[in-house]
Ligand binder design. Structure first.
Ligand SMILES: NC(=O)c1ccc[n+]([C@@H]2O[C@H](COP(=O)([O-])OP(=O)(O)OC[C@H]3O[C@@H](n4cnc5c(N)ncnc54)[C@H](O)[C@@H]3O)[C@@H](O)[C@H]2O)c1
Length: 324
């Protein structure tokens, strides 16, 4: 397969490239990434031969560039996006440009070429669940995005669905819960907590830390994406979750326990405006269709994640400073 990956210098995209080339060493991956502040500019795959990977710096909204790099593509998987909710609250301009206009550009090319296309989306498009309820997001849940990031991702999903319905394109969407693991930008909760804890700095937690997220190890997300890309269930939406709910406070406490650090480092700060209180995905339909299940336990996944950031502490602290 000749695969175009977009956003492959970001957290999930870079893990996906490693995952894919390890299992499909004969495939060819072209990675188009705009190298925003969130990208790891030094990323190179750990697997595959020199011939199996090509990097092209570019914007998914640049039509001539995407047309050129997709000349021989069998499929496109789109990870490229602005992904940080806090930044979307400060200024959503880049979120509209990359997450909506960029996806529209990809879809126009997919329409012309009839290339297989997968849109990597988020559970945040469904909005927020009650904190104390048992309800989870399912394929029947209505979209109810509540911040500019999730609204931009929901808009892109609607465009993908509309292009499938109107032009019968070979497209799919997946809505996944919160990922964690190596190579995530250090502005996000888990890497930020690890880096602050090992530097002996206060760890900020929004509000009272009761917000619940459904954490999935990034490789488990990649294995789900592999099954979806290989499927022919065009027009479908797959809900992928870790079935592993943990409040932000519990997650930070778990990390501090792994690191052997005191909970005195926790500082509660003013809550994010419009903060969604709980996300939870019901993946039973995807599990039944494909036999997929998440393999990594939260405890083991967090330990592996801690080891990654501790061993590259200086690099991530530098990246965090440069992105502020
Ligand atoms: N991180 C999560 O927990 C999570 C969960 C579910 C879904 N998602 C989705 O998965 C995708 C990847 O998320 P991530 O956490 O890896 O994000 P990330 O911010 O770590 O990486 C995004 C990458 O996209 C690149 N990019 C941004 N705009 C671009 C553009 N216009 N053209 C080309 N490249 C561009 C950036 O340079 C960066 O390398 C996103 O679409 C996100 O919405 C993320």
């Amino acid at each position: 397969m000749n695969l175009l990956v977009t956003g492959g210098n970001g957290f999930i995209g870079s893990n996906f490239i490693n995952y894919w080339l390890k299992r499909h060493p004969k495939d060819q991956i072209t990675n188009v990434d705009f190298l925003t502040y969130a990208a790891d500019p030094n990323f190179v795959p750990s697997f595959g031969s020199g011939d199996s990977y090509v990097f092209v710096k570019g914007d998914i909204g640049d039509r001539p560039l995407v047309e050129r790099v997709t000349k021989n593509s069998d499929a496109i998987i789109n990870f490229a996006a602005e992904s940080h909710v806090d930044r979307s609250i400060t200024d959503s301009t880049d979120f509209i440009r990359s997450n909506i206009v960029g996806v529209h550009n990809l879809l126009q090319i997919v329409k012309d070429r009839k290339i297989r296309f997968h849109q990597v989306s988020t559970d945040e498009v469904y909005g927020s669940l009650p904190l104390d309820g048992k309800e989870k997001f399912t394929n029947a849940s209505p979209y109810n995005p509540r911040n500019p990031y999730s609204a931009s991702k929901a808009s892109a999903d609607f465009l993908v669905r509309a292009y499938h319905n109107t032009f019968a394109l070979p497209v799919t969407i997946s809505n996944c819960s919160n990922n964690y693991g190596p190579m995530q930008h250090p502005e996000k909760l888990i890497p930020k907590t690890i880096l602050k804890a090992i530097s002996g700095e206060q760890i900020p937690i929004y509000g009272n830390g009761s917000q619940v997220r459904d954490w999935i190890y990034v490789d488990d997300h990649c294995s789900a994406l592999e099954l979806i890309l290989e499927s022919k269930n065009f027009g479908s939406t797959s809900l992928v979750g870790g079935e592993n709910e943990s409040s932000n406070l519990e997650t930070v406490r778990l990390l501090l326990r792994i690191l052997g650090k005191s909970e005195d480092l926790i500082t509660f700060v003013q809550d994010r405006p419009g903060h969604d209180v709980r996300y939870a995905i019901d993946s039973s339909s995807f599990r039944k269709e494909t036999g997929w299940s998440p393999k990594m336990s939260f405890k083991e996944g967090l330990k592996a994640t801690v080891n990654h950031y501790v061993s590259r502490r200086d690099y991530y602290i530098k990246r965090l400073k440069e992105s502020l």
